[in-house]
Design a protein. Structure first.
Length: 135
């Protein structure tokens, strides 16, 4: 149950043969994101369990989930952009239905991220799911 935005990323990944190109694409996705205002880089929005500094600011409107995010690491910022594509605009109940591990596996991220980055990615997914469940 991936969004159209996530499907676009998956299609681009299918087109890119080399992992280095995919890695650069993830970084480009992060660069294209609107930066999170510094006023939201506070402990309440900080994601624990990430090697980098990561903030996710949920925005729930009309029963739909969205968020803004940022990180001090470019690759992590890109991973936030990938998660944004995966979850943005879903109904709150739909967030729990997303099999993030399976969707992210389609991109091959599991095999190419360090264990610290993988743990951080899991921590971000857990935060997103928790916030949506509390909706």
């Amino acid at each position: 149950m991936a969004t159209a935005a996530f499907e676009d990323i998956a299609e681009t990944f299918d087109f890119l043969d080399d992992w280095e190109d995919r890695y650069r694409h993830v970084i480009e996705l992060g660069r294209a994101m609107v930066p999170l205002d510094d006023s939201f880089k506070v402990p309440a929005y900080k994601v624990e369990g990430c090697a980098s500094q990561v903030w996710l600011r949920p925005m729930i409107e009309g029963g739909r989930f969205d968020f803004q995010g940022d990180s001090d690491a470019m690759i992590v910022r890109g991973l936030i952009a990938v998660l944004h594509a995966l979850y943005s605009g879903l109904p709150l109940a739909g967030v729990a239905e997303v099999d993030a591990a399976a969707e992210l596996a389609r991109l091959g991220l599991n095999e190419h991220l360090s264990s610290q980055r993988s743990n951080g990615l899991r921590a971000m997914v857990e935060r997103i799911r928790k916030v949506a469940a509390e909706g």
